[in-house]
Design a binder for this molecule. Structure first.
Ligand SMILES: [Fe+2]
Length: 236
């Protein structure tokens, strides 16, 4: 018997940095969670209205400006609860109005839909991925055939190496990746396709990963990201 999904997932590509803003819509209750609200909030609200969604929750993958600049505009229309990892709130240092601060492994209930919170440091200390059904909203941790940069404040390539390795080991290969930016030749992928073709998932040690992440890979040179054959990401 196939399990009926309790939710539908909508993606909007918005703003000058090709951000994906997602709406998780619990079909039973009509509740919705907006993930990383930013840029063109009227467009987010129009979609919510058209689908009769009640936005009750805001989920942040991390605190960078391009993922959060629409929070107050959403809150002007909906009385929504803000969710982020405690580690990210501490890193961010901004005074937040009654947020729910999570730890990795927490579960957020959205009506009949369960959303698991994963702590995935590397891009920022409190970066989160949200797992719903067979899908994983990866923010700036994992992109399709790429990963988030680790050279900004709070970034750590060794942590990113461990994070990506854990994802590959612990999540089902069929997991569908929903990234925070549209930097690749396609907007979604599966974990097994990423383990195979994402250069950042092909390194066996943190040292080579770090060299590739910090000194070799360049978004402007490599975008749109596509698959790389194992061993061919970086010249020796
Ligand atoms: Fe970011």
């Amino acid at each position: 018997m196939t399990e009926q999904a309790t939710y539908s997932l909508h993606a909007l590509e918005l703003g000058p940095m090709e951000n994906f803003i997602y709406l998780i819509h619990d079909l039973h209750s009509g509740r919705a969670a907006v993930v990383d609200p930013a840029w063109d909030i009227p467009e987010v609200l129009a979609l919510a209205r058209a689908q009769d969604m009640n936005i009750t929750d805001i989920l942040l993958t991390h605190s960078h400006h391009d993922h959060i600049n629409g929070i107050s505009e959403v809150l002007a229309h909906f009385d929504a609860q803000l969710h982020l990892l405690k580690a990210e709130a501490q890193f961010w240092g901004r005074q937040l109005d009654l947020p729910t601060l999570h730890h990795g492994g927490d579960c957020i209930r959205l009506g009949e839909t369960a959303i698991e919170v994963l702590h995935t440091p590397g891009h920022t200390p409190g970066s989160a991925c949200y797992r719903v059904g067979h899908e994983l909203l990866t923010g700036d941790t994992l992109f399709v055939f790429g990963c988030g940069r680790c050279d900004l404040r709070g970034g750590d390539p060794e942590q990113m190496f461990v994070t990506l390795r854990r994802m590959a080991e612990r999540l089902p290969a069929t997991t569908v990746i929903r990234p925070g930016h549209n930097y690749a030749e396609k907007d979604t992928s599966t974990l097994d396709e990423q383990v195979e073709g994402n250069p950042f998932m092909q390194f066996d040690d943190a040292e080579h990963f770090t060299r590739y992440r910090m000194h070799y890979h360049d978004r402007h040179r490599h975008a749109p990201y596509g698959p790389v054959r194992r061993g061919e990401a970086m010249p020796e």
